[in-house]
Design a protein around this ligand. Structure first.
Ligand code: COA
Length: 234
């Protein structure tokens, strides 16, 4: 499978659709991943991890024309995974997100990338979380909405914020109030402002992506000269 430089590929895994057989995927995991899978307290988490990692390796193996189990990962100090040598020479970058029964996987070359998915309705106290974590601009948009529209809007905002902090690799060490995203549905240019460096905004493209009924997804990619190939079926 080809992954040209100016493309971003988005894949969606429906864990229900893949059945219960996590053993199918176990054989492509590395020994440390197999060990990590065993440490999950709940079987549902173990299954999700094994299948998602198995699918990640299988897709990467196809781009790299390499054996999935032989692919090595490196981790940044904030735990963002990337390909380790010799596969890092391919320039392929990727990011993964899980929520409920869905895993989204995004791939590109020579660009930072972050993806996030959330199952709508999986958090309670949305207003309190918004007050604590959304920027002033986002709160203004959010609280101006009628209460009935706030549920989906919350998850749109949250996935966009997470996609950005995953693309930069900072994770939650980056203050979520330091940038503004749009909370409007279907937005194709959803990163609105960054602080203290306002020029950072233009370095990224952020958009909503399809994640399936009952889910919201967002993608954030370095640069603007790329096109999305969406294999999610959405
Ligand atoms: C990245 C982060 C925001 C994701 O949280 P989340 O919404 O609960 O989880 P998601 O399902 O969307 O994403 C999880 C995936 O993101 C990837 N990931 C992990 N850390 C990441 C980071 N810093 N940046 C980007 N992606 C990251 C992994 O592939 C992970 O999947 P895996 O556990 O199956 O390998 C959160 O885990 C975080 O802030 N991590 C940083 C932790 C850190 O700073 N550690 C250093 C300790 S000194």
């Amino acid at each position: 499978m080809a992954l040209p430089e100016h493309e971003v590929h988005l894949w969606r895994v429906d864990l229900n659709g893949l059945g219960q057989d996590e053993a199918l995927w176990q054989h492509v995991l590395s020994p440390d991943e197999a060990e990590r899978a065993l440490r999950f307290h709940f079987a549902v988490d173990r299954r999700r991890y094994a299948i998602s990692r198995g699918v990640l390796r299988t897709i990467l193996g196809s781009y790299l024309t390499s054996r999935p189990a032989g692919i090595g990962f490196s981790y940044s100090k904030r735990e963002k995974p990337s390909l380790s040598p010799p596969h890092s020479d391919s320039g392929i970058t990727f990011n993964v997100s899980h929520s409920g029964e869905v895993t989204l996987l995004a791939f590109t070359r020579k660009r930072d990338i972050g993806v996030d998915v959330e199952q709508i309705g999986r958090k309670s106290d949305l207003e309190a979380i918004a007050r604590r974590f959304f920027s002033a601009h986002e709160q203004e948009q959010f609280f101006a909405l009628p209460a009935a529209e706030r549920g989906e809007a919350f998850f749109r905002c949250w996935t966009r914020k997470e996609a950005y902090i995953k693309a930069t690799g900072d994770g939650l060490s980056l203050a979520l109030s330091q940038f503004d995203v749009s909370i409007a549905p279907g937005h194709r240019d959803a990163l609105l402002a960054t602080r203290p460096d306002a020029s950072e905004t233009a370095r990224w493209s952020m958009r909503e992506v399809s994640a399936g009924a009952g889910y919201v997804g967002a993608l954030c990619v370095g640069g603007r000269d790329w096109r999305l190939r969406d294999w999610t079926g959405g």
